[in-house]
Design a protein around this ligand. Structure first.
Ligand SMILES: [Zn+2]
Length: 399
Protein backbone atom coordinates (compact mmCIF):
# COMPACT_ATOMS: atom_id res chain seq x y z
CA UNK A 1 0.00 0.00 0.00
CA UNK A 2 1.31 3.44 -0.89
CA UNK A 3 1.78 6.23 1.69
CA UNK A 4 -1.06 8.67 2.26
CA UNK A 5 -1.06 12.31 1.14
CA UNK A 6 1.97 14.35 2.22
CA UNK A 7 1.28 17.27 4.58
CA UNK A 8 3.51 19.88 6.21
CA UNK A 9 4.90 19.86 9.76
CA UNK A 10 4.74 22.57 12.44
CA UNK A 11 6.98 25.64 12.35
CA UNK A 12 10.45 25.39 13.81
CA UNK A 13 12.28 28.24 15.52
CA UNK A 14 16.03 28.76 15.94
CA UNK A 15 17.38 27.22 19.13
CA UNK A 16 19.36 28.80 21.95
CA UNK A 17 23.18 28.87 21.63
CA UNK A 18 22.95 28.14 17.91
CA UNK A 19 26.40 29.67 17.31
CA UNK A 20 28.70 26.62 17.29
CA UNK A 21 31.90 28.39 18.35
CA UNK A 22 30.14 30.20 21.19
CA UNK A 23 28.39 27.02 22.40
CA UNK A 24 31.63 25.04 22.24
CA UNK A 25 33.52 27.68 24.25
CA UNK A 26 30.70 27.64 26.79
CA UNK A 27 30.81 23.83 27.00
CA UNK A 28 34.59 23.74 27.46
CA UNK A 29 34.46 26.35 30.24
CA UNK A 30 31.57 24.70 32.06
CA UNK A 31 33.31 21.31 31.92
CA UNK A 32 36.51 22.90 33.32
CA UNK A 33 34.46 24.33 36.22
CA UNK A 34 32.95 20.86 36.75
CA UNK A 35 36.45 19.35 36.81
CA UNK A 36 37.69 21.86 39.42
CA UNK A 37 34.54 21.33 41.52
CA UNK A 38 35.13 17.56 41.40
CA UNK A 39 38.67 17.85 42.77
CA UNK A 40 37.47 20.14 45.59
CA UNK A 41 34.78 17.61 46.53
CA UNK A 42 37.29 14.76 46.20
CA UNK A 43 39.79 16.45 48.57
CA UNK A 44 37.00 17.23 51.08
CA UNK A 45 35.66 13.67 51.08
CA UNK A 46 39.18 12.21 51.39
CA UNK A 47 39.89 14.57 54.33
CA UNK A 48 36.63 13.49 56.00
CA UNK A 49 37.48 9.84 55.38
CA UNK A 50 40.94 10.26 56.82
CA UNK A 51 39.56 12.01 59.93
CA UNK A 52 36.78 9.44 60.42
CA UNK A 53 39.06 6.44 60.06
CA UNK A 54 41.55 7.93 62.53
CA UNK A 55 38.89 8.66 65.16
CA UNK A 56 36.95 5.73 66.58
CA UNK A 57 35.51 7.72 69.49
CA UNK A 58 31.77 8.67 69.57
CA UNK A 59 30.85 6.32 66.74
CA UNK A 60 32.65 8.57 64.22
CA UNK A 61 33.84 5.37 62.63
CA UNK A 62 30.23 4.67 61.50
CA UNK A 63 30.31 7.72 59.22
CA UNK A 64 32.86 5.80 57.14
CA UNK A 65 30.03 3.80 55.58
CA UNK A 66 28.48 6.98 54.18
CA UNK A 67 31.77 8.51 53.11
CA UNK A 68 33.02 5.41 51.29
CA UNK A 69 29.77 5.14 49.29
CA UNK A 70 29.94 8.86 48.43
CA UNK A 71 33.55 8.44 47.28
CA UNK A 72 32.62 5.47 45.08
CA UNK A 73 29.76 7.46 43.49
CA UNK A 74 32.15 10.34 42.78
CA UNK A 75 34.74 8.03 41.23
CA UNK A 76 32.11 6.38 39.04
CA UNK A 77 30.63 9.67 37.80
CA UNK A 78 32.72 12.83 38.07
CA UNK A 79 36.11 11.11 37.85
CA UNK A 80 35.13 9.29 34.64
CA UNK A 81 33.82 12.58 33.22
CA UNK A 82 37.04 14.35 34.24
CA UNK A 83 39.17 11.70 32.48
CA UNK A 84 36.99 11.91 29.34
CA UNK A 85 37.10 15.73 29.31
CA UNK A 86 40.88 15.75 29.79
CA UNK A 87 41.31 13.28 26.93
CA UNK A 88 39.04 15.44 24.75
CA UNK A 89 41.17 18.53 25.41
CA UNK A 90 44.37 16.58 24.64
CA UNK A 91 42.99 15.14 21.39
CA UNK A 92 41.37 18.33 20.20
CA UNK A 93 43.98 20.92 21.10
CA UNK A 94 47.19 18.87 21.29
CA UNK A 95 46.19 16.24 18.71
CA UNK A 96 48.28 17.84 15.97
CA UNK A 97 51.38 17.48 18.15
CA UNK A 98 50.79 13.76 18.73
CA UNK A 99 49.34 12.94 15.32
CA UNK A 100 51.49 14.73 12.79
CA UNK A 101 51.47 11.68 10.56
CA UNK A 102 48.34 10.31 8.87
CA UNK A 103 49.58 6.73 9.02
CA UNK A 104 46.91 4.08 9.56
CA UNK A 105 48.22 3.08 12.99
CA UNK A 106 47.91 6.58 14.38
CA UNK A 107 44.50 7.12 12.79
CA UNK A 108 43.27 3.87 14.30
CA UNK A 109 44.64 4.83 17.69
CA UNK A 110 42.83 8.15 17.50
CA UNK A 111 39.69 6.34 16.30
CA UNK A 112 39.61 4.37 19.57
CA UNK A 113 40.42 7.35 21.79
CA UNK A 114 37.73 9.72 20.48
CA UNK A 115 34.81 7.52 21.67
CA UNK A 116 36.36 7.55 25.16
CA UNK A 117 36.88 11.31 25.05
CA UNK A 118 33.32 12.02 23.89
CA UNK A 119 31.61 9.29 25.99
CA UNK A 120 30.26 7.74 22.80
CA UNK A 121 31.69 4.22 23.21
CA UNK A 122 28.16 2.78 23.12
CA UNK A 123 27.95 3.62 19.42
CA UNK A 124 29.60 0.24 18.80
CA UNK A 125 26.33 -1.42 19.87
CA UNK A 126 24.38 -2.61 16.85
CA UNK A 127 21.25 -0.46 17.30
CA UNK A 128 23.30 2.75 17.05
CA UNK A 129 24.33 1.79 13.52
CA UNK A 130 20.72 2.15 12.42
CA UNK A 131 20.09 5.20 14.58
CA UNK A 132 23.29 7.30 14.58
CA UNK A 133 21.23 10.31 15.64
CA UNK A 134 20.90 8.61 19.07
CA UNK A 135 24.67 8.62 19.74
CA UNK A 136 24.81 12.16 21.13
CA UNK A 137 21.43 11.77 22.83
CA UNK A 138 22.88 8.78 24.71
CA UNK A 139 25.78 11.00 25.84
CA UNK A 140 23.20 13.42 27.29
CA UNK A 141 21.44 10.49 29.02
CA UNK A 142 24.78 9.31 30.49
CA UNK A 143 25.36 12.81 31.91
CA UNK A 144 21.83 12.79 33.39
CA UNK A 145 22.59 9.37 34.94
CA UNK A 146 25.81 10.77 36.43
CA UNK A 147 23.86 13.73 37.81
CA UNK A 148 21.32 11.43 39.50
CA UNK A 149 24.08 9.36 41.14
CA UNK A 150 25.74 12.54 42.38
CA UNK A 151 22.39 13.73 43.73
CA UNK A 152 22.16 10.45 45.71
CA UNK A 153 25.71 11.11 46.97
CA UNK A 154 24.59 14.62 48.00
CA UNK A 155 21.61 13.15 49.92
CA UNK A 156 23.94 10.66 51.66
CA UNK A 157 26.27 13.52 52.60
CA UNK A 158 23.33 15.44 54.12
CA UNK A 159 22.29 12.34 56.12
CA UNK A 160 25.90 11.77 57.20
CA UNK A 161 26.30 15.43 58.21
CA UNK A 162 23.07 15.22 60.20
CA UNK A 163 24.26 12.21 62.21
CA UNK A 164 28.04 12.66 62.36
CA UNK A 165 28.61 16.42 62.04
CA UNK A 166 30.93 17.84 60.76
CA UNK A 167 31.64 14.83 58.49
CA UNK A 168 29.98 15.26 55.09
CA UNK A 169 28.75 18.84 55.68
CA UNK A 170 31.44 20.61 53.63
CA UNK A 171 31.00 18.05 50.85
CA UNK A 172 27.20 18.58 50.83
CA UNK A 173 27.59 22.37 50.53
CA UNK A 174 30.06 22.18 47.61
CA UNK A 175 28.03 19.40 45.99
CA UNK A 176 24.83 21.48 46.03
CA UNK A 177 26.55 24.22 43.98
CA UNK A 178 28.10 21.63 41.64
CA UNK A 179 24.73 20.01 40.96
CA UNK A 180 23.32 23.35 39.82
CA UNK A 181 26.29 23.87 37.46
CA UNK A 182 25.76 20.34 36.11
CA UNK A 183 22.15 21.18 35.22
CA UNK A 184 23.47 23.92 32.91
CA UNK A 185 25.98 21.44 31.46
CA UNK A 186 23.22 18.95 30.64
CA UNK A 187 21.04 21.65 29.04
CA UNK A 188 23.96 22.84 26.89
CA UNK A 189 24.85 19.27 25.91
CA UNK A 190 21.24 18.70 24.86
CA UNK A 191 21.34 21.86 22.72
CA UNK A 192 24.59 20.58 21.19
CA UNK A 193 22.83 17.34 20.20
CA UNK A 194 19.73 19.17 18.95
CA UNK A 195 21.78 21.57 16.85
CA UNK A 196 23.19 18.74 14.73
CA UNK A 197 19.85 17.20 13.86
CA UNK A 198 17.92 20.44 13.31
CA UNK A 199 20.60 22.04 11.14
CA UNK A 200 19.25 24.02 8.15
CA UNK A 201 21.97 24.92 5.63
CA UNK A 202 19.96 27.77 4.11
CA UNK A 203 19.64 29.37 7.56
CA UNK A 204 15.85 29.47 7.26
CA UNK A 205 14.68 28.33 10.67
CA UNK A 206 11.14 29.67 10.27
CA UNK A 207 10.37 27.44 7.30
CA UNK A 208 7.89 24.57 7.45
CA UNK A 209 9.03 21.32 5.91
CA UNK A 210 7.41 18.48 4.04
CA UNK A 211 6.39 15.59 6.30
CA UNK A 212 8.70 13.26 4.39
CA UNK A 213 11.70 15.53 5.06
CA UNK A 214 13.67 14.03 7.97
CA UNK A 215 16.57 16.47 8.20
CA UNK A 216 19.50 18.14 6.49
CA UNK A 217 22.56 16.06 7.27
CA UNK A 218 25.80 18.10 7.27
CA UNK A 219 27.83 17.06 4.22
CA UNK A 220 30.94 16.52 6.35
CA UNK A 221 29.22 13.72 8.28
CA UNK A 222 28.43 11.44 5.35
CA UNK A 223 30.63 8.35 5.07
CA UNK A 224 32.76 9.47 2.13
CA UNK A 225 33.69 12.76 3.76
CA UNK A 226 34.99 11.02 6.91
CA UNK A 227 37.09 8.22 5.42
CA UNK A 228 40.69 8.44 4.24
CA UNK A 229 40.47 5.60 1.72
CA UNK A 230 38.00 6.37 -1.06
CA UNK A 231 35.16 3.90 -1.63
CA UNK A 232 35.34 2.17 1.76
CA UNK A 233 32.29 1.86 3.96
CA UNK A 234 32.45 2.32 7.74
CA UNK A 235 29.48 -0.04 8.24
CA UNK A 236 30.73 -3.09 10.15
CA UNK A 237 28.08 -5.25 8.45
CA UNK A 238 29.75 -4.72 5.08
CA UNK A 239 28.02 -5.73 1.86
CA UNK A 240 25.52 -7.92 3.74
CA UNK A 241 23.98 -4.89 5.43
CA UNK A 242 20.19 -4.81 5.12
CA UNK A 243 19.53 -1.66 7.11
CA UNK A 244 16.46 0.32 6.08
CA UNK A 245 17.62 3.47 7.86
CA UNK A 246 18.44 6.53 5.75
CA UNK A 247 20.59 7.86 8.60
CA UNK A 248 22.63 4.66 8.57
CA UNK A 249 22.98 4.67 4.81
CA UNK A 250 24.47 8.16 4.68
CA UNK A 251 26.64 8.02 7.78
CA UNK A 252 28.11 4.53 7.29
CA UNK A 253 27.92 3.59 3.62
CA UNK A 254 30.14 4.63 0.76
CA UNK A 255 28.66 6.63 -2.10
CA UNK A 256 29.38 3.58 -4.27
CA UNK A 257 27.12 1.21 -2.28
CA UNK A 258 23.84 0.15 -3.88
CA UNK A 259 20.74 -1.45 -2.35
CA UNK A 260 18.91 -3.00 -5.28
CA UNK A 261 15.43 -4.58 -4.95
CA UNK A 262 15.28 -8.37 -5.03
CA UNK A 263 13.60 -9.85 -8.10
CA UNK A 264 11.00 -11.83 -6.14
CA UNK A 265 10.16 -9.07 -3.64
CA UNK A 266 6.61 -7.65 -3.63
CA UNK A 267 6.37 -3.84 -3.29
CA UNK A 268 10.07 -3.52 -2.38
CA UNK A 269 11.33 -0.55 -0.40
CA UNK A 270 14.69 0.79 -1.61
CA UNK A 271 16.94 3.83 -1.32
CA UNK A 272 17.09 6.23 -4.25
CA UNK A 273 19.38 9.19 -4.89
CA UNK A 274 18.66 12.41 -6.70
CA UNK A 275 21.09 15.27 -7.19
CA UNK A 276 19.95 18.78 -7.98
CA UNK A 277 20.75 22.46 -7.37
CA UNK A 278 20.82 23.50 -3.74
CA UNK A 279 18.01 26.02 -4.29
CA UNK A 280 15.78 23.37 -5.88
CA UNK A 281 16.48 20.99 -2.99
CA UNK A 282 15.37 23.69 -0.51
CA UNK A 283 12.16 24.22 -2.51
CA UNK A 284 11.44 20.46 -2.60
CA UNK A 285 12.07 20.17 1.15
CA UNK A 286 9.46 22.86 1.89
CA UNK A 287 6.89 22.04 -0.79
CA UNK A 288 3.94 20.04 0.58
CA UNK A 289 3.88 18.12 -2.71
CA UNK A 290 7.58 17.24 -2.47
CA UNK A 291 8.95 16.07 -5.80
CA UNK A 292 6.98 17.13 -8.88
CA UNK A 293 7.10 14.30 -11.48
CA UNK A 294 8.52 15.24 -14.87
CA UNK A 295 6.15 15.01 -17.84
CA UNK A 296 8.57 13.02 -19.96
CA UNK A 297 11.87 11.16 -19.75
CA UNK A 298 13.91 8.16 -20.82
CA UNK A 299 11.63 5.77 -18.91
CA UNK A 300 8.50 7.91 -19.22
CA UNK A 301 6.93 10.52 -16.94
CA UNK A 302 7.80 10.43 -13.24
CA UNK A 303 10.54 11.10 -10.69
CA UNK A 304 13.97 9.65 -11.47
CA UNK A 305 16.45 8.19 -8.99
CA UNK A 306 19.88 6.58 -9.19
CA UNK A 307 20.70 3.60 -6.95
CA UNK A 308 23.89 5.10 -5.50
CA UNK A 309 25.04 8.60 -4.56
CA UNK A 310 28.05 8.49 -6.85
CA UNK A 311 25.93 7.46 -9.82
CA UNK A 312 24.02 10.75 -9.58
CA UNK A 313 27.21 12.53 -10.66
CA UNK A 314 26.83 11.16 -14.19
CA UNK A 315 23.02 11.28 -14.31
CA UNK A 316 22.16 14.67 -12.81
CA UNK A 317 21.82 17.90 -14.79
CA UNK A 318 22.23 20.07 -11.70
CA UNK A 319 24.64 19.63 -8.81
CA UNK A 320 25.19 20.53 -5.17
CA UNK A 321 22.43 18.86 -3.13
CA UNK A 322 21.89 15.12 -2.72
CA UNK A 323 18.36 14.05 -1.84
CA UNK A 324 18.43 10.51 -0.50
CA UNK A 325 14.98 8.95 -0.39
CA UNK A 326 13.38 5.81 0.97
CA UNK A 327 10.76 4.79 -1.55
CA UNK A 328 8.14 2.07 -2.07
CA UNK A 329 8.45 0.80 -5.61
CA UNK A 330 4.95 -0.77 -5.70
CA UNK A 331 4.44 -2.78 -8.89
CA UNK A 332 7.79 -2.88 -10.67
CA UNK A 333 8.26 -3.03 -14.43
CA UNK A 334 11.84 -4.22 -15.00
CA UNK A 335 13.67 -3.54 -18.22
CA UNK A 336 17.22 -3.61 -19.52
CA UNK A 337 16.50 -1.12 -22.31
CA UNK A 338 15.85 2.60 -22.36
CA UNK A 339 12.15 2.22 -23.02
CA UNK A 340 8.75 3.18 -21.74
CA UNK A 341 6.33 0.37 -20.81
CA UNK A 342 3.40 -0.17 -23.17
CA UNK A 343 0.12 1.49 -22.26
CA UNK A 344 -1.37 -1.89 -21.24
CA UNK A 345 1.22 -2.46 -18.47
CA UNK A 346 0.12 -1.91 -14.85
CA UNK A 347 3.06 -0.57 -12.84
CA UNK A 348 4.15 2.04 -10.29
CA UNK A 349 7.88 2.01 -11.07
CA UNK A 350 10.01 1.45 -14.14
CA UNK A 351 13.29 -0.14 -13.02
CA UNK A 352 16.12 0.07 -15.55
CA UNK A 353 18.85 -2.55 -15.02
CA UNK A 354 22.05 -1.15 -16.54
CA UNK A 355 24.68 -3.46 -18.00
CA UNK A 356 27.24 -1.57 -15.91
CA UNK A 357 25.25 -2.26 -12.72
CA UNK A 358 24.44 1.41 -12.21
CA UNK A 359 20.68 0.89 -12.18
CA UNK A 360 18.14 3.69 -12.05
CA UNK A 361 14.39 3.86 -11.66
CA UNK A 362 11.46 6.14 -12.30
CA UNK A 363 8.45 6.25 -9.95
CA UNK A 364 5.12 7.44 -11.31
CA UNK A 365 3.85 9.09 -8.15
CA UNK A 366 5.82 11.14 -5.61
CA UNK A 367 3.57 9.72 -2.86
CA UNK A 368 5.59 6.50 -3.17
CA UNK A 369 8.38 8.38 -1.36
CA UNK A 370 8.28 7.59 2.37
CA UNK A 371 11.03 9.89 3.65
CA UNK A 372 14.22 11.66 2.66
CA UNK A 373 17.37 13.28 4.01
CA UNK A 374 19.14 16.08 2.16
CA UNK A 375 22.86 16.72 2.31
CA UNK A 376 24.31 19.83 0.69
CA UNK A 377 27.85 20.22 -0.62
CA UNK A 378 28.60 23.77 0.55
CA UNK A 379 31.00 24.31 -2.38
CA UNK A 380 27.97 24.43 -4.69
CA UNK A 381 25.78 26.58 -2.45
CA UNK A 382 25.04 29.74 -4.42
CA UNK A 383 23.61 31.45 -1.34
CA UNK A 384 26.86 31.09 0.56
CA UNK A 385 26.40 34.50 2.23
CA UNK A 386 23.17 33.34 3.88
CA UNK A 387 24.41 29.87 4.69
CA UNK A 388 24.25 28.49 8.20
CA UNK A 389 27.92 28.36 9.24
CA UNK A 390 27.88 24.90 10.75
CA UNK A 391 31.11 23.76 12.44
CA UNK A 392 31.36 20.08 11.57
CA UNK A 393 34.65 19.55 13.44
CA UNK A 394 32.71 19.59 16.72
CA UNK A 395 30.74 16.51 15.65
CA UNK A 396 32.87 14.32 13.38
CA UNK A 397 34.78 12.67 16.31
CA UNK A 398 31.45 11.33 17.61
CA UNK A 399 30.74 9.19 14.52
ZN1 LIG B 1 25.24 -0.85 6.81
Amino acid sequence: MLPTTITTTAKKKPMLLINDAQRHRYLVRIHIVEGIAFWIRFIIICTDLSAASGNIVNNAHDSLRYLVVILLFELFTSFILFIADSLYVILRYLGRVFYESDSDDLCNERKYLWPLATLTCLKQIDCYYDHPHLILLTRVCILIGFWLLRFIAFCLACACGNQYSPRGIAYAVISSFSLVISVFTIITEYLHYKRLWTYHPQNNYDATYNKAHLCFLPYSLINDQRITEWGTSTCKRGKKCESKSLFHLLVYHSGEDQFKPKHDEQNPTVFGFHQTKTNLAYIISQDARGFIPSLKGMLGAGVYFATSINHTETKAHNFGAYICVKVSLGRVYRTNKREMPSSTEKYDTVYYEHESGNDEFCILNSEQIQSWIITVNEDFDVNSNDRDMFNETLYTPCF
